[in-house]
Design a protein around this ligand. Structure first.
Ligand code: GDD
Ligand code: MN
Length: 416
């Protein structure tokens, strides 16, 4: 094979994030299957990549004879030219393949794109900065050979740990894990280190599954959408970075929460519900509810200011109606600018906006009447606590308000 050929970059897959099965017997284009494919996602790892590839090759050559493995560096067009350094190593390490992505960015999608072009029955991912000790791969491979569908390197089992993480990073990592246990217990609860970015998975467990990751947590996506029955964990110590710096910012934490919610509403019981009611716009309802939540605070604050004996002490119903109206106005502004922005941006005229507000108000006033009715029923006959009764009343009015406003107020009325 000529030097040029041996340094050819991999084509960059685009489109659906889905890994195919290995098909044997494809005639002359038969895809050579491999035992193991390890993806190394990189962004500005020029200082680390040569040492890592050397150690990985030496480690795997010892246990996987005749080079039945491949290392796939997936670089997002790093400004420090990581992909070029990796490409220069290809002649020395025949198992090394390199992809330079120029149309997409992101750790999770980089890993999946690498797995899409991989030929291994076992797929893996390891960071490109030497923070994940390569020797742990041998135990992970052993776990897969013993029948696990997924083998995760974990900092939180026997033999695991982190070198010298700041208290803030430890707190953030554990906090993120706790949040995951609340939002997505059936996934996050399956492993001790759901934040791990170092694991192996059987191709058959994730083949033909469309993945929709956000941000860094590719493991969540694999566990959330894959056919993962048996999971093994291997302890490892998350090492100090030797060169370059972490790319983790607040955006990764925000992405993590969005990722949890997306998985929550597209897998498990909630997923089935939203699939069955796929016409139900879950994302819009979440935004409408968050706006409604801001309205709850406005409603409660005005109700307190007007009706509490320690403030103005006005009658409960009159206070409630004023509080409700102030909250309706607050909610309209937010819904028009955020929840239904895609629709309201097409109807920017003042008379259109006024029409929407009047419709919204009428629907919400009907919702307010429902709210007052439920408040009085619950307060007088069920729970004699005005604030809990008010919350129940608000929840019932929210569902009414969302559904009717969705159908009537924010509609794109095509003017023929
Ligand atoms: N291709 C690509 N694109 N690679 C990326 C990107 C990107 O947008 N962002 C980061 N990477 C690569 C880095 O070059 C590194 O090899 C690896 O992904 C991890 O990135 P870091 O920025 O070093 O993350 P970290 O060390 O703070 O956290 C890592 O380890 C944790 C524990 O396993 C990440 O893997 C976390 O997801 C993980 O929880
Ligand atoms: Mn790192």
């Amino acid at each position: 094979m000529s030097v040029n050929q041996s340094r050819l970059l991999l084509p960059e897959p685009l489109g659906v994030l889905q890994i195919s099965e290995l098909t044997s017997g494809m005639g002359e284009k038969r895809k050579q299957q491999l035992y193991f494919s390890l993806v190394v996602p990189t962004y500005n790892e020029a200082a680390n990549i040569q040492k890592l590839i050397g150690i990985l090759s030496q480690t795997l050559d010892e246990v996987i004879p005749s080079g039945d493995y491949e290392l796939i560096v997936v670089d997002d067009d790093s400004p420090d030219g990581t992909w070029k350094v990796a490409q220069s190593l290809m002649t020395e390490y025949p198992q090394l393949r390199v992809m330079r992505r120029q149309h997409e960015r992101g750790l999770s999608s980089a890993v999946i794109r690498g797995w899409q072009v991989a030929k291994g029955e076992i797929l893996g991912v390891i960071d490109g900065d030497l923070q994940h000790p390569p020797h742990v791969l041998l135990q992970l491979l052993h776990a897969i050979e013993q029948g696990a569908d997924l083998a995760v390197a974990s900092r939180h089992v026997e033999g695991g740990g982190v070198s010298s993480w700041s208290l803030q990073r430890r707190f953030l990592s554990r906090g993120a894990q706790l949040l995951g246990l609340i939002i997505l217990p059936q996934v996050v609860g399956r492993v001790s280190d759901p934040m791990s970015g170092y694991f192996l998975v059987r191709r058959s467990a994730i083949a033909n599954v469309t993945l929709h990751p956000i941000g860094y947590k590719i493991l969540l996506e694999v566990m959330g959408r894959g056919r993962i029955k048996r999971i093994a964990e291997v302890g490892y110590v998350f090492c100090e970075r030797q060169g370059g710096e972490s790319k983790v910012t607040w955006k990764q934490y925000a992405d993590y929460i969005r990722h949890l919610l997306r998985l929550r509403f597209s897998t498990g019981r909630m997923g089935k519900f939203s699939q069955e009611h796929s016409s139900f716009p879950v994302g819009r309802f979440i935004r409408f509810s968050l706006v409604g939540l801001s309205g709850v605070f406005v409603d409660m604050a005005v109700l307190y200011l007007l009706s509490d004996p320690t403030t103005l002490g006005l009658p409960l119903t009159r206070s409630k109606i004023i509080a409700g109206e102030v909250a309706i106005f607050n909610n309209f502004l937010w819904n028009d600018a955020w929840t239904f922005a895609d629709v309201s941006l097409q109807q920017q005229q003042w008379h259109q906006r006024l029409k929407r507000f009047l419709k919204f108000n009428i629907i919400c006033l009907a919702g307010l009447m429902l709210n007052v009715l439920v408040l009085n029923l619950v307060f007088n006959f069920v729970i004699h606590n005005r604030y809990i009764a008010n919350l129940i009343a608000i929840a019932s009015a929210t569902i009414w308000n969302f559904w009717v406003n969705l159908k009537l107020s924010w509609r794109v009325t095509q003017v023929k």
